[in-house]
Design a binder for this molecule. Structure first.
Ligand code: 2M8
Length: 448
């Protein structure tokens, strides 16, 4: 380990498996014991990667249960509700009024938005880790068409200019829910002119308010859901009504990475992959022409409603490394950004890699959710991205610091990036026993 910290890998592995077992409820895994009582879309993808190291059954069940909530138009919702816990989380299934859409599945309750499409590369990971390749191949055959339908949905319904970049229509779709990246478009909503339906938050029953979004953030989240309800979940209607439609470099990177994985898996099972190749060519090209920012050495986001770039100061602007989007020259610029003061700090103030938002910004908050803390899933993607461009030492630093955080402070949802504060505080933030921290720990340990 670069840090010189000794890690007991077998103990960590056992703890990680215990957490997944604790959060498992009959056919899927909750992200956390209390705060998140349902099945979450991208969480389950990362969780399945963890299971694939020791329990192929569970990995398969996790994805199967997730896709039982897929809509008829291909959309995979960000939450598949657990009917037994519907009262424990807001917004619960009824609030979404998804019955307004003809596309909802018959017997499964879901939310009405999606999440980063991790499932293509997750499926590939499951195949790579499986000892029973014949069985894993059958699972690829089962999942491939469902994942393809989801990708078709994104390129058909969320790419109005047919430029290969899909938009998110709610911050929760990004997975980086409370990132300051979304502030600019959200601040344009004038609440003296619009009405937010009444609601009561429940997240603060299970988490510290300093670590969670503000009430104003929730007003914005709920206002957007009301627009989806008014638009009957029809994408063209919603696009006319919504103040929020953003092309996010992380979301598009994940789509590209999954396209690439499906191209390789498709070859294994004899599927035609021409559609995937055409999508990827256009997506990569437009990421580089429309979102690349040579001044920052990162990829920006783009606000489609107000037709303007959003200057990226979040680590998601570095994630295109994970999707092999930049050429080597751009990758070198990104590497310098990562190693510079914005994300690595200085000798006086050093950070755990990688803060989710640059501590140099006044919007940085070391404790609050996606506004600064280190997240294990983001580190996992960064680790793989750096490795693929040959930045092996930096990749190893990201891997070892992630394991250091987990073994030192526990399997928290997120961590303070400022080293001396983290040490003093001696724990992480958000929920304890967080499933994707445990699952990806297993994968990072396996790469050691
Ligand atoms: C967080 O998001 C949910 C809403 O979907 C919440 O705050 O209640 C995010 O960290 C998201 O990325 C994650 O998928 C979810 C469950 O872990 O929690």
């Amino acid at each position: 380990m670069n840090s010189g910290i000794q890690i007991d890998a077998s103990l960590l592995m056992q703890e990680a498996k215990d957490i997944l077992q604790k959060n498992w409820i009959s056919s899927f895994t909750k992200p956390a014991p209390d705060l998140y009582p349902h099945q979450w879309n991208w969480d389950s993808g990362f969780i399945a990667i963890g299971y694939s190291h020791y329990d192929l059954d569970r990995a398969e069940l996790e994805l199967r249960h997730l896709f039982s909530g897929q809509w008829k138009n291909g959309m995979l919702p960000h939450i598949i509700f657990n009917p037994e816990a519907d009262d424990n989380y807001f917004p619960g299934s009824h609030f979404w009024e998804t019955w307004r859409s003809f596309d909802v599945p018959e017997h499964v309750r879901t939310s009405g938005i999606s999440n980063p499409p991790v499932h293509g590369f997750v499926l590939q990971k499951i195949y790579q880790n499986a000892s029973d390749k014949a069985r894993a191949l059958n699972f690829i055959k089962e999942m491939f068409p469902k994942i393809m339908e989801m990708h078709r949905y994104f390129y058909r319904e969320r790419d109005p200019h047919q430029e290969g970049l899909v938009y998110i229509r709610h911050p929760w779709e990004s997975g980086n829910d409370n990132s300051p990246t979304w502030d600019e478009p959200l601040e344009k909503i004038d609440f003296s002119k619009v009405k937010v339906p009444p609601f009561t938050r429940k997240d603060l029953n299970n988490s510290h308010e300093d670590h969670r979004p503000t009430n104003l953030d929730y007003d914005r989240y709920i206002y957007l859901i009301d627009i989806f309800r008014k638009g009957d979940y029809k994408e063209d209607q919603i696009l006319k009504l919504t103040p929020f439609a953003v092309q996010d470099p992380l979301f598009n990177t994940i789509l590209i990475k999954s396209n690439r994985a499906l191209i390789e898996l498709g070859a294994l099972i004899g599927e035609d992959t021409g559609e995937l190749e055409a999508w990827n060519e256009l997506s990569i090209q437009t990421m580089n022409t429309k979102l690349w920012n040579p001044d920052t050495g990162m990829y920006d986001a783009y606000d489609l409603v107000h037709n303007q770039r959003i200057l990226m100061e979040a680590s998601s602007g570095l994630m295109p490394l994970f999707g092999s989007v930049p050429d080597q020259q751009k990758a070198e610029e990104m590497y310098k950004t990562l190693c510079g003061p914005a994300f690595s700090g200085s000798s006086e103030q050093s950070y755990y890699l990688c803060p989710s938002f640059t501590p140099m910004s006044e919007k940085f908050n070391a404790k609050k959710y996606w506004r600064g803390p280190v997240w294990i899933n983001m580190n996992w993607m960064l680790y793989h991205g750096l490795n693929s461009y040959g930045y092996r030492d930096k990749a190893e630093q990201v891997r070892s610091e992630s394991l250091e955080l987990l073994s030192h402070y526990g399997f928290y949802e997120y961590f303070d990036p400022i080293r001396n504060v983290a040490t003093e505080h001696n724990q992480g933030y958000g929920s304890r026993q967080f499933s994707w921290s445990a699952a990806l720990c297993l994968d990072l340990l396996d790469d050691g």
